[in-house]
Ligand binder design. Structure first.
Ligand code: HEC
Length: 190
C-alpha cells in the first residue's frame, strides 16, 4: 500500500512539473508575438506621421522644399514618437543620407538578411531579439515610386543641387522601386 501511495505521489509530482514547463513555453511564445505587435505598431505610427507630413510638404512646397522639410523635421517627428512610446525609434541605412542614420554592424547584417530574402521572394518577418531586459525590433523599409523622386536614379537638377548643399556625403540615391532602403531599428523595455 505504501508503495502505491509513493508511486502515486511521484506521478502527480511529475505530471505537475510537466504542466508547469509547458505553460512557460506557451507564455514565452505569447509574449514574443506581443513584441512583434508592439514593434509593428511603433513603426506604423512613425511611418504614417512621416509619410503624411512628407506628402503635405511635396504638395505645398515641391520636391526641393520637401527636401528641406525632411532635413529639418524628420528627426523631430520621429522624436515625438519616441517620447509618445517611451522607445528608441531609428531609421538607419547602409546607404545613409543623414550621417546620424548610419547602420551599426548588427543593423547592417539585418539589412543584408532582408535584402537577401527580398531577392529570393521569401516572406519577410521582423527580427526580434532580447538583451539586458530590452527588446530590439528590426524590420525593413522598402522603396516605392514616391521615394524615387528623392532616392532614385534620375533626380531633378535643382534637387541634386539642394542635396549637395544639405548632404555633401549623401549615399541614399540610385534606388529602384521595391528595394530595401534601410530598416527600422526600435528598442523598448521588456
Ligand atoms: C522630398 C524628398 C524625399 C522623399 C520623397 C523621400 N525621402 Fe527619404 N529622406 C529624405 C531626406 C532629406 C532624408 C534625410 C533626413 C534627415 O536629415 O533626417 C531622408 C532620409 C531617409 C531615411 C533615413 C536614412 C538616411 O538615409 O538618412 C530613410 C530610411 C528614408 N529616407 C526612406 C525613404 C522612403 C522609404 C521614402 C518613400 C516612402 C522616402 N524616403 C522618400 C528625402 C526624401
Amino acid at each position: 500500500m505504501k508503495k502505491i501511495i509513493f508511486l502515486l505521489v511521484i506521478t502527480i509530482l511529475l505530471a505537475s512539473c510537466k504542466k508547469e514547463h509547458k505553460s512557460t513555453i506557451i507564455n514565452k511564445e505569447k509574449s514574443n508575438k506581443n513584441y512583434a505587435k508592439i514593434g509593428k505598431e511603433y513603426t506604423l505610427a512613425t511611418k504614417t506621421i512621416l509619410g503624411k507630413n512628407l506628402k503635405q510638404a511635396i504638395a505645398k512646397e515641391g520636391l526641393v522644399g520637401a527636401m528641406s522639410f525632411c532635413n529639418e523635421q524628420a528627426y523631430s517627428l520621429t522624436d515625438s514618437m519616441q517620447v509618445k512610446y517611451n522607445a528608441i525609434i531609428k531609421r538607419v541605412s547602409d546607404k545613409n543620407r543623414n550621417q546620424n542614420n548610419k547602420a551599426n554592424a548588427i543593423e547592417l547584417s539585418y539589412i543584408n538578411t532582408f535584402k537577401e530574402k527580398l531577392k529570393n521572394g521569401e516572406k519577410i518577418k521582423p527580427i526580434i531579439e532580447k538583451s539586458d531586459g530590452k527588446i530590439h525590433f528590426y524590420s525593413p523599409i522598402k522603396t516605392n515610386q514616391l521615394c524615387l523622386q528623392c532616392h532614385g536614379k534620375q533626380l531633378q537638377p535643382n534637387l541634386i543641387a539642394k542635396l549637395k548643399d544639405l548632404y555633401p556625403n549623401d549615399l541614399a540615391v540610385g534606388y529602384d522601386d521595391n528595394q530595401v532602403r534601410g530598416i527600422w531599428s526600435i528598442t523598448f523595455d521588456e
